[in-house]
Design a protein around this ligand. Structure first.
Ligand code: SAH
Ligand code: DHB
Ligand code: MG
Length: 218
């Protein structure tokens, strides 16, 4: 079914997304600079853009920048004066992202902070609360990242977490894969934490069979 999932994503993109030079050049530049092709899909990027707009987000936090493909979608959802903070471990990824954000004309809205996200988050105190948080970095840290998103988000903030299904891998209770263990720890945390309300939606498409967590900070 994988080819058909991809074909339907191509159909959706052709119908609803249209050509986009800045985003196409971003993906080409990422490949040229050796970044792995693990960005959200075009249809998913547009979903993030629409969700951020629907949430009226003025301040967005992203964890996991890569080459800034999802960052560009989210930054475009911001009103004038809005700001996006994005956290990235790898200096090389951050440099490529900066080039891509410049070319897309959104770099003045985006603050890329380089280093392990856990440290960058711990250093965030006294910031204006975030309205929208997109988590898409090392999967083993997802429970920590959601806890930090609650700390840094306003009441009513929207939290989205990518890659929470992994072709059904989430069901493997005795897995020794750190990413599966981390994903299951995320679900345990979401189930137990009274400070948010959450669901998860499975997806198929260009990113195969995967899914997102959607949560709202109470
Ligand atoms: N959101 C991007 C894809 C992110 S891929 C998009 O859709 O376009 C995951 C990124 O998280 C990679 O760039 C990786 O270097 C970064 N990452 C991995 N571990 C991290 C950590 N501990 N702290 C911050 N970033 C991390
Ligand atoms: C991987 C990471 C992602 O964030 C993603 O969307 C797809 C794959 C990975 O590490 O393989
Ligand atoms: Mg992802």
């Amino acid at each position: 079914m994988g080819e058909r999932w991809q074909a339907v994503d191509n159909y959706i993109a052709a119908k609803l997304l249209g050509a986009d030079d800045a985003l196409a050049t971003t993906l080409a530049n990422n490949a040229e600079q050796g970044l792995p092709p693990i960005d959200v899909s075009a249809a998913q990027g547009k979903m993030l853009f629409l969700l951020a707009q629907m949430a009226g987000a003025k301040r967005i936090l992203e964890i996991g920048t890569l080459g800034g493909y999802s960052t560009i979608w989210l930054a475009r959802a911001l009103p004038d004066g809005g700001e996006l903070v994005t956290l990235e471990l790898e200096d090389h990824h951050a440099k490529v992202a900066h080039q891509n954000l410049e070319r897309a004309g959104v770099s003045d809205k985006v603050d890329i902070r380089v280093g392990p996200a856990a440290g960058s988050l711990a250093a965030m105190t006294g910031e204006e609360p975030f309205d929208f948080v997109f988590i898409d970095a090392d999967k083993q840290s997802n429970a920590l990242y959601v806890a930090e998103a609650i700390r840094l988000g306003r009441s009513g903030a929207m939290i989205i977490v990518d890659n929470v299904v992994r072709e059904g891998g989430v069901l493997e209770a005795d897995s020794d894969d750190e990413r599966i263990i981390g994903t299951r720890a995320l679900f345990d945390m979401l189930a137990a934490d009274p400070r948010l309300d959450a669901t998860a939606i499975q997806t198929v498409g260009a990113k195969k069979w995967d899914g997102f967590v959607l949560a709202r900070v109470l």
